[in-house]
Design a protein. Sequence first.
Length: 296
Amino acid sequence: MALVTRETLGAWLLRCNPVTTWDLASFVADGHDRVRAWRVQDNYRSQMMEPGDPVFLWTTGTHPIYKRGILGFGYVTDYAQSSFPDNEGDDYWFEAADRDSVIYRVPVDIPLRLSNPLTNEELHAVGIRDLEVQRQMQGANPSWVSKKQLAKIEQLYGPFPPFTESRQPVHVSMHGAGFGPPMQNKLVETAAMEEVKHIWGAQGWDHQDVSGDKMGWDITFTRGDETARVEVKGSGSDHPIVLLTTNEVRAAESIPDWLLVVVTDPRSRQAEASAVQSCRRPRCGSAIRFQGRPQE
């Protein structure tokens, strides 16, 4: 049975070792005041992480300035993923081997409370001694904080500020999946949706747009007694490599008439749709690279 569930989760917690692993002092000296992404393991916990989840940054080790404890708190801003753009934190690993071993990250926005950290000693002083990160000196990211533990911490730190949606939509370029300008991605997404409606409509299908309902697909098509629940992905190039969220993967695995349709270069009006009859979940987690194959 999983220790962490959506019912028990209060916040995620990411460990940073500024002594032997990641050069936090140089990161701050170079003018950075917030963390935008962090390495996590590819496991059920990282697959649970969702935009809007609260998250703490916890410093470990015996650094003379950055004491063990909470150095910042913010929010998860996108799903954990293996395909990731250049990250400003990549230059601060002490060892190149550690930097090169990073294959899975979660986008976050964590402002650093450099003048007002919450040390482990301060937590102990108010009776907060049972955090997973306090009981287990070594452990993989992400760790977590229960709802009851979070309520105690907020009595010291104050409540989390309101979450502002800031994640950038995923698009596909010639380099594979990544992050692009939100406006450009929105145009690609809209063009892809319209192209799919046009292609299927020409074949006699009626459609209902359910993209705003978070059902795990975008359009429900019907033709007589046939039904197709279609998840539409738009690619800004001719490389049909896309990301699927946890919700979309669940729909793919549980709904027989779920289809993935990848529209390549939809804004050129020379788009070709690629349909995939089913989705097998790869190992890499909740936001996954999935390459479509054109329908025969």
